[in-house]
Design a binder for this molecule. Structure first.
Ligand SMILES: Cc1ncc(COP(=O)(O)O)c(C=O)c1O
Length: 380
């Protein structure tokens, strides 16, 4: 095969409409969290069927905000899957608490629910199931296995995903989304917390604005210019800008189209790659709406003509970008040093780290691009 293309693993789908959308905040001079963020939050809450959505600077800060609002602190434990982006566990460390890893199910890449109950102690304050690559964790099974413990969804990859007909973000006590450019919809950087809990939303609203008792808008647009907020809690500046809010509003109107397109191309990959016996397609259990943030396959090195890394190099040489799905967090330097983990401590996560392979799936790809990826894989 001769290289005729260069297909990135992911490309954000932004353009003229997003460009026009940032004009209004730029011209108005209100650049930080304001009316555009408020409108984005309302639209996001409606789409994900939750009472409250609060925009943040990232999913990482969204996760931290939720944990901080729940009062998670030193001496506490929070359960997280061992195969996820490092930020899921880092957010726990920011609170001075301990992330307690649970291995993942290699067929879904999500937390292995059967292993969670044995990790619960009197110190467990929350569990963060991750909806990895856009496939929801089995939330009902998890809730049944861990009664009374708050479930916080790491929905970084799951805007628009659903589980048994219910959108991600409303499946636990709170959810955290990402709008990083590798996600289906983007605001450059950015995140969102979601919850149906009024008191938690109020606390998070204050904590993302330095712990202030009133918002910037109330302060600057109200009739009493001498009013200053009281800072009753140690908070953070996790506010999204109105430029990002304006982009997010436009992107959100495209979310379902993006996912439908990705779903169709995921089906194309399933069909066309079925004969490649060394490559396992991602599993979608019945009752789930996969958000297809990424199409993550599994290279079976017992059957493949070469190792996963050699497959990735060969595809790269053919102009097809691939990436490991994500990484095993317990194998990262900081976690190895702080907790003394060995790769075999979580064998499922270790194997996902070694054998998973995301292939390109995004909304800027053409039919020819998808066919090219299939042909390149079949040529191995
Ligand atoms: C599962 C998961 N959690 C958290 C994050 C962090 O998101 P952000 O980059 O918005 O902080 C990511 C980002 O890739 C992720 O994939």
């Amino acid at each position: 095969m001769i290289q005729t293309r260069n297909i990135p693993i992911s490309l954000p789908h932004t353009g003229e409409e997003e460009w026009l959308a940032i004009r209004e905040p730029l011209m108005s001079g209100w650049l930080t969290q304001g009316p555009k963020v408020a409108a984005f939050e309302r639209a996001f809450a409606e789409r994900h069927q939750v009472k409250h959505a609060l925009a943040t600077t990232s999913c990482t800060t969204a996760l931290h905000l939720i944990l901080a609002a729940l009062g998670v602190g030193p001496g506490d434990e929070v359960i997280v899957p061992a195969f996820t982006w490092v930020a899921t566990a880092n957010a726990v460390l920011y609170c001075g608490a301990k992330p307690v890893f649970v291995d993942v199910d290699r067929t879904t890449f999500n937390i292995d629910v059967s292993r969670v109950a044995s990790k619960i102690t009197s110190k467990t304050k929350a569990i963060i199931p991750v909806h990895l690559f856009g496939l929801c964790a089995d939330m009902d099974a998890l809730a049944a296995a861990t009664p009374g413990i708050p479930l916080i969804e790491d929905a970084a990859c799951a805007a628009g995903s659903a589980y048994k007909g219910r959108p991600a973000g409303g499946l636990g006590l709170a959810g955290a989304f990402s709008f990083h450019p590798r996600k289906s919809i983007t605001t450059g950087e950015g995140g969102m917390v979601t919850t149906d809990d009024d008191a938690l939303a109020e606390k998070m609203n204050s904590l993302r604005n330095h712990g202030a008792s009133i918002s910037e808008e109330q302060r600057h647009h109200g009739p009493k210019p001498y009013i200053m907020a009281d800072f009753g809690h140690l908070g953070y500046n996790y506010r999204m800008t109105d430029l990002q809010g304006a982009v997010g509003l436009v992107q959100l109107t495209k979310l379902d189209r993006f996912i439908d397109e990705r779903q169709r191309w995921a089906e194309f990959y399933h069909r066309e790659l079925r004969e490649v016996t060394w490559l396992r397609a991602p599993l979608v259990p019945t009752g789930y709406r996969h958000g297809w943030q990424a199409y993550v396959t599994w290279v079976d090195e017992n059957e493949a003509p070469m190792t996963r890394n050699q497959v990735m190099e060969r595809l790269q040489a053919l102009g097809v970008s691939t990436r490991p799905g994500t990484h095993a967090v317990h194998m990262q330097g900081h976690y190895r040093r702080q907790f003394g983990y060995r790769p075999e401590d979580f064998p499922g996560a270790m194997r996902c780290d070694r054998y998973s392979m995301a292939i390109p799936l995004h909304n800027r790809m053409t039919a020819e691009d998808f066919q090219y990826v299939v042909d390149a894989i079949k040529a191995i």
